[in-house]
Design a protein around this ligand. Structure first.
Ligand code: C2E
Ligand code: MG
Ligand code: MG
Length: 410
């Protein structure tokens, strides 16, 4: 019916003047509800979403719009007499229509939509192109932040193409020895002594140049490549740490970033143990950095895993603290040693009163919980002086040192 209505709409006389908009709506993390709660819940949710979409059109008095279900958790909206501007306004309000929870078997659930839009003629002149482009726009939203909408643009193809190239090339990166660890110093604020370094992965590709971990780590997580890659990082960081010891440098802690995907791997703890034994390295010299995304997973499983890791003798840091929008209850359940305050709260700290309030609260909370605090992204002398006066324990950032190859650190 949708395809019939769409093909009729774009072949009608006034379509060129009045436009026709297609929206493809996919529910974020629907699979999670289906898989963990069962198809009963999933079915009930789909029915309620259909009702909500219908009500949305009615309440908004969108008389020339209709809702359809394409299959699975994909719905479509067809809007006659709808320009690109109007389509974007509708989509914006549609996202907020999902702010209200859904009730499934007496429990409250929140589900968000990812919406891709294409408008006849701007984003396609025939049915196939309109559908394909709305679909691409929807995947683009999913791939980035979710819970949002996007009108199709041509650079989206570029985004997916680059991702595909990165995925393909990353598979050979380990064998071709294109990976390298850089090290960024972490100092104790009071004394200015280097007490640790954070290892940061760099990928030098012959044609693509140096690619940022912010770009290739997410791809490696999606494909599972993070497991061999992460193992290489631990082996290399441990080897480097040992070698500094042998050269007589003062003992510095080696920070290693761990992705949640690695933590969820049931062999992870054994792997860490084996890698540290192979390097003949004292485990207390290793600090594993995890992110708040771990709070999304089963608390018991995650807590057990972190406790067994701690039992090896390593320490644990919460990285990018404050960006995960999660409940803080995990702080008392996970055996953490350090909170690393995200650099967005440190920026311009000597002037930004909001950031001052946030940092002061984190410092006070950490003190009560007997956690140390590292400020990330300390870029200026003024930032540093402010943090020193505020009694922040440790600091890291361009003011102290950039991430550099091992040979340039000392
Ligand atoms: P992160 O763990 O929060 O690392 C800190 C990032 O901030 C690094 O970016 C670092 O270069 C940057 N940075 C340090 N000081 C400053 C500063 O003063 N100002 C500014 N603006 N930035 C600063 P980088 O190296 O691009 O890494 C990005 C992220 O990629 C890391 O964030 C981490 O989440 C991830 N990553 C890096 N290496 C690994 C790895 O070996 N494994 C995993 N799983 N993730 C990694
Ligand atoms: Mg880190
Ligand atoms: Mg960080």
């Amino acid at each position: 019916m949708f395809l019939e209505d769409l093909s009729q709409a774009i072949s009608s006389e006034d379509a060129k003047d009045q436009r026709v908009a297609v929206m493809i709506i996919d529910l974020d993390r629907f699979k999670y509800i289906n898989d963990t709660l069962g198809h009963d819940y999933g079915d009930s949710l789909l029915v309620q979403v259909a009702e909500r979409l219908q009500q949305f059109l009615e309440k908004s008095l969108l008389l020339y719009s209709k809702v359809y279900r394409l299959g699975g958790d994909e719905f479509t909206l067809l809007h006659l007499r709808c320009s690109t501007e109007k389509a974007e306004q509708i989509a914006k309000r549609l996202v907020t229509a999902f702010n209200e929870s859904f009730i499934l078997h007496n429990q409250e659930f929140y589900i968000t939509p990812s919406i891709g839009i294409s408008v006849y003629l701007e984003q396609g002149e025939d049915l196939k192109t309109l559908m394909r482009n709305a679909d691409t726009a929807m995947y683009y939203v999913k791939d980035r932040e979710k819970n949002n909408y996007q009108l199709f643009t041509k650079d989206m193809h570029q985004h997916f193409y680059r991702k595909m190239v990165i995925e393909k090339e990353l598979r050979g990166a380990l064998e071709r020895e294109e990976l390298e660890l850089y090290y960024q110093p972490i100092v104790r604020v009071e004394t200015g002594d280097i007490v640790g370094v954070e290892s940061l992965l760099r990928w030098h590709h012959a044609e693509l140049g140096t690619i940022s971990p912010a770009e290739f780590i997410p791809v490696s997580e999606e494909t599972g490549l993070i497991l061999p890659l992460g193992e290489w990082v631990i082996r290399e960081a441990a080897r480097q740490c040992k070698s500094w010891q042998e050269q007589g440098h003062p003992p510095v802690k080696m920070g290693i970033n761990i992705s949640v995907r690695q933590l969820l791997d049931k062999h992870f703890v054994d792997n860490v143990k084996r890698l540290l034994e192979e390097a003949d390295l004292e485990p207390s010299l290793i600090d594993l950095e995890v992110t708040e995304s771990i709070a999304m997973f089963d608390q018991k499983v995650m807590s057990d895993r972190l406790h067994t890791l701690k039992a090896l003798g390593v320490t644990l840091s919460m990285d990018d603290f404050g960006t995960g929008y999660s409940s803080l209850s995990y702080l008392t359940k996970y055996p953490l040693d350090t909170l690393k305050i995200d650099r967005s709260f440190i920026q311009n700290i000597e002037q930004d009163e909001n950031n001052q309030a946030i940092v002061a609260s984190i410092l006070s909370m950490a003190k009560h919980l007997r956690l140390e605090v590292t400020a990330e992204g300390v870029e200026t002398e003024e930032d540093y002086a402010y943090l020193k006066a505020a009694n922040c324990d440790k600091a890291q950032g361009y003011r102290i040192g950039y991430p550099v190859p091992a040979r340039e650190l000392w």
